[in-house]
Ligand binder design. Structure first.
Ligand code: GDP
Length: 445
């Protein structure tokens, strides 16, 4: 996500690190380099111009703080300005006072609307809502079926036209879906509409007609971040043709430059509300301008990480473990597995690393750690007997061979895992000792 831009900016900053103070020519050179970095990342020219003007002015200005060195000052200014062009505050969905809240999705074909409907459905559900997804894209073959599939995957109801009955009239489908939502007590309706490969009058008219029929609380313009500069022109066309309240950036996982997406907010004046970062339903999040700026500048995204950790963290499970240790039981391979599954729930390990400060530069080295490693460890533990899991000391050569065979790994891998486990166990004992949990083996030492 924005790797090229991120790398370029990091290089600019590191060249400033040795400077004691910034001269006029340092500022000019830095501004020039940032300008090139933004243009190369496909950020629209008017946005780049405003951005650079701000950077120059602020770098020269009085705000040069004593507390920060020149490189840090520039990072701070660039960070502030990035947050600014990305919209400043996080813009949340405005739910209607009287449900159902109607959210309409608009955008070109292939932008990711149908996928997004599923993601929004899943997200809304996790926020305690009862969403209804509506298949009003009757243009693209299979769009209705695709929505039914994502709806099922997300565990969310889908309203689709019954075959032979009103099929072909998306406006009628949209209108009826609102009645259905009231009837079945869905408090949010997400309407998927048809797109075309390019902007055309008929598509705009249909979207505008659906808008007039259901009076959405939020119209979200969905745009593929990989389409480069076209993102800006398409956004402008939808703004004129249908109007929208917020933007959803999709395919931010692509390695495309994506900078055009950064321009959409500045050009249209509409906030980016969500970001999609993959094909799976969970590859999706509320868009936070400050966190995105932090990621682009490789300052990590600790807040997102903490939030995800909170979601994945199972308080009951943790309490169970604490009680268990307090009662004097030892840390077993089952506990080890349980903890690993908690980490697994945080999401793909590559994404997690991207959120840690400074990890951007290490991306290449860590690229080969993948989720399969975690899954393999889980498979090994699951191939053990309960006795082996609670007392791994009994795992001798022949047991190792059996476990390796059962989990489809080498005997060496089983051995390595057991060794790692003993290290983890030792650490747990020391931690328990340090915390003074009565009865823990560590406290007796
Ligand atoms: P629609 O025509 O606007 O409804 O677009 P779809 O939802 O059918 O998406 C078009 C294609 O893009 C599908 O193959 C999706 O799996 C894929 N897609 C959607 N969102 C993302 C994303 O955030 N990242 C990636 N890599 N692919 C996506």
């Amino acid at each position: 996500m924005f790797e090229t831009l991120s790398d370029r900016l990091t290089t600019v900053f590191s060249s400033l690190r040795s400077k004691g103070r910034l001269s006029e020519s340092d500022i000019n050179a830095t501004a020039r380099e940032i300008r090139v970095a933004l243009l190369e990342a496909d950020v629209a020219l008017p946005v780049v111009k405003d951005f650079i003007a701000q950077i120059r002015e602020r770098a020269r200005g009085a705000e040069v703080s004593q507390a920060l060195n020149p490189a840090q000052q520039v990072v701070k200014i660039v960070n502030d300005e990035l947050i600014n062009i990305l919209g400043g505050e996080t813009r949340r969905v405005r739910f209607a006072k009287r449900p159902p809240t109607v959210i309409m999705l608009a955008g070109l074909q292939g932008a990711g609307k149908t996928t997004l409907a599923g993601k929004l459905g899943r997200w809304l559900k996790s926020e305690g809502h009862a969403p209804l997804l509506v298949a009003a894209d009757l243009q693209r073959p299979n769009a209705v079926q695709q929505l039914e599939v994502v709806g099922e995957r997300a565990g969310v109801a889908v309203f689709a036209p019954e075959p032979g009955n009103g099929v072909g009239d998306p406006i009628e489908v949209a209108r009826r879906s609102i009645e259905q939502a009231r009837h079945a007590q869905h408090d949010v309706v997400v309407i998927d509409t048809a797109g075309r490969l390019g902007v055309d009058a008929e598509m705009m008219q249909q979207a505008a007609d659906i808008r007039d029929a259901v009076e959405p609380d939020e119209i979200l313009f969905v745009v593929d971040a990989m389409i480069g500069q076209d993102a800006v022109t398409t956004a402008q066309a939808f703004l004129d043709g249908v109007g929208f309240d917020g933007v959803v950036l999709t395919k931010l996982d692509g390695d495309a430059r994506g900078g055009a997406a950064l321009s959409v907010r500045h050009i249209t004046g509409r906030p980016i509300m969500f970001a999609s970062t993959g094909e799976k339903l969970e590859d999706f999040d509320v868009f936070h301008p400050d966190r995105m700026a932090g990621r682009i500048l490789d300052m990590g995204d600790i807040l997102t990480l903490i939030e995800q950790a909170e979601k994945a963290f199972d308080a009951d499970q943790a309490a169970k473990m604490t009680t268990k240790f307090a009662s004097g039981e030892d840390f077993t391979l089952d506990d080890f597995l349980e903890q690993m599954m908690m980490i697994r729930k945080l999401g793909p390990i590559g994404n997690l690393l991207g959120m840690l400060p400074g990890m951007g530069q290490m991306r290449d080295q860590v690229g080969n750690i993948d989720d399969k490693d975690l899954d393999r460890v889980a498979a090994i533990i699951r191939s053990m007997t309960p006795g082996e899991r609670s007392a791994p000391k009994i795992i001798n050569g022949s047991r190792r061979a059996r476990i390796a065979k059962g989990s489809g790994v080498t005997v060496g891998e089983v051995g390595a895992l057991v060794t790692r486990f003993f290290e983890a166990q030792k650490m747990m004992r020391q931690m328990a000792g340090g915390m003074g949990i009565p009865g823990m083996p560590g406290t007796r030492r």
